[in-house]
Write a protein that binds this ligand. Sequence first.
Ligand code: AMP
Length: 396
Amino acid sequence: MITLDDFNFENKRALIRVDFNVPLNEDLEVTDTTRIEAAKPSIIKVLEDGGSVVLMSHLGRPKGAVNPKLSLSHIVDTVSEIIGVNVKFVGDCVGKEVREAVTALKRGEILLLENLRFYAEEESGDLEFSKQLSEWGDIYVNDAFGTAHRAHASTTIIADYFSGNKCFGSLLSKEIQAIEKVLTSGEKPVTAILGGAKVSSKITIIENILDAIDHLIIGGGMTYTFIKAMGGEIGDSICELDKLDLATSLMEQAKEKGVIVHLPVDVLAANKFSNDAEVKTTPVDQIPAGWQGLDAGPKTLEHFKSVILESRTILWNGPVGVFEMPNFANGTIALGTFVEEATKNGAFSLVGGGDSVAAVKQFGFADKVSYVSTGGGAMLESLEGKSLPGIAAILN
Ligand code: AMP
């Protein structure tokens, strides 16, 4: 894998595609700086080598039109503070003004370009637009994992103009390594914990990871489609009736591949989908009509704990209960403590894709697991075994 460390940036201009798609409040202030902090190591490496940096990113969904609320000018101060260098800004990403700003850039300086998605050409992957962007740097660095699954101008097409002079940034290479650790080089036993609402959104992931894992823990809303397919009584629990055959087939595929599937044995059932519902613990396959399973039960958690603590490599995607409601967050929090303990004991743990990232952040586990992915969609597509265009473009 070709990374930043394969280059010396002395007197070179690095054109870095970052993911500064950060949340802004009504006063247009950055409310979560995670993505900016994640880009810092790549920027610092270039500056320390004696190079200069041109940063390009999108922000929000302006859909090809200028939208002042989505200007990257709003984040300049925050980026300056985090990087520790006064960042310059130019109110466009192509054209004469940008050329002047780029040409004036000195060693040690950083220039942030305006929102790429003010041009429809960014998302359509326009060749001419990509070529214009490519003129702003000597070496192209892709450090935007969050958009690596999109064949946009700045993430993919642009790479063609940098034959030999392109690489992965620190963040993107860490993401790629983390996925590889789970899917190809993970120390055994490898365990995947899949939760979340629906099995339909995880089918391709399950099918793809079966070859790589030893244990599959299924939790959350997905559980009930599997239990129903096995003939259990699931009451009013969430269930995809059109996916019962598929659930059976996934269980068979797992068995053929020697993967042990662990489903909940008991659940916290509620008499309505609400935090103030009445609650009782029931066997997972004997949930009465009018009741629905909203969190993992105590026996389930004991069992999941033993599997997780024996694992050397862990992938966690999706909560095992409706963690947004405090009364049904216990299972997801407990799972976090098991993954934390396994990690302390030397296991490699990757949390990625969708709501599990929100859950580990909310419950304070983000720095207690080995790696938390920054790219929801990109992580899911990687786990599905798809080749991401932004990654392929660097490797080509
Ligand atoms: P996903 O985006 O697929 O990871 O799904 C996450 C969502 O699944 C969260 O909003 C959870 O509240 C929801 N979820 C987890 N367990 C259940 C359940 N037993 N019943 C309904 N929704 C659930």
